[in-house]
Design a protein around this ligand. Structure first.
Ligand SMILES: Nc1ncnc2c1ncn2[C@@H]1O[C@H](COP(=O)(O)OP(=O)(O)O)[C@@H](O)[C@H]1O
Ligand SMILES: [Mg+2]
Length: 209
């Protein structure tokens, strides 16, 4: 795999992103690829503190624009302090969620203007784009059933209604349709090992040279 590849994983709650990130890391490391596995929002101690602010249900309102700004603030901290240094030394980064999630959740889900999101993305990314993005596509009911079977209290997103996640899922599919050269779309109802094998093969095919 080309050193400095930046791989992002996307999909609704319960789609299997964390499961796939773990499996891909093992499989690619076995092939000698230097992998840094991380997630958004978060990924560094400071950005994880922003994550807690965004995800924890609380009494005080967090409006859609404020939520989006926190996502981009956490993202810039993560890019500056972890992602860019890792890519610069030639590691490949696997990131569980990135700016497509902001488009899907804050844009399609919460109604923030896409133009505003794209504008902030260009400021915060400063030229960096994912080399490839794996979209785990799953019917909303299946994703929510999986996510709710996990231990712990639901976060500020998991409490949303089905229509919210339908908008998120549809937006992800539109983004993938618009950029087929970047996206690898997988049916997330398939068994985890099959998904990991297919994702690894597709990434190695696209990102070697
Ligand atoms: N391909 C799959 N088929 C069935 N269950 C899965 C699959 N991938 C993950 N799971 C299970 O679904 C739940 C959510 O998976 P997770 O990887 O945490 O999703 P995400 O990180 O996208 O929210 C977990 O209990 C996990 O074991
Ligand atoms: Mg996860």
């Amino acid at each position: 795999m080309t050193p400095g590849s930046f791989i992002t994983l996307e999909g609704i709650e319960g789609a299997g992103k964390s499961t796939l990130a773990a499996a891909l890391t093992v499989m690619l490391e076995r092939r000698g690829v230097d992998i840094v596995r991380t997630r958004e929002p978060g990924g560094t101690p400071l950005a994880e503190r922003v994550r807690a602010v965004v995800l924890e249900p609380g009494a005080e309102a967090l409006t859609p624009v404020a939520e989006m700004l926190l996502m981009f603030a956490a993202r810039r901290i993560h890019l500056d302090n972890l992602v860019r240094p890792a890519l610069a030394r030639g590691a490949c980064v696997i990131c569980d969620r990135f700016t497509d999630a902001t488009r899907a959740y804050q844009g399609a889900g919460r109604g923030v203007a896409m133009q505003l999101i794209d504008h902030l993305a260009s400021l915060v990314h400063d030229g960096l784009q994912p080399s490839a993005t794996v979209l785990l596509d799953l019917p909303v009911a299946d994703g929510l059933a999986r996510a709710r079977a996990r231990r712990g209290e639901p976060d500020r997103f998991e409490v949303e209604e089905t229509a919210f996640f339908e908008r998120v899922r549809a937006c992800y599919l539109e983004l993938a349709h618009a950029e087929p050269e970047r996206f690898i779309v997988l049916d997330a109802r398939r068994p985890p090992q099959e998904l990991a094998d297919e994702a690894a093969n597709a990434l190695l095919a696209r990102l070697s040279g």
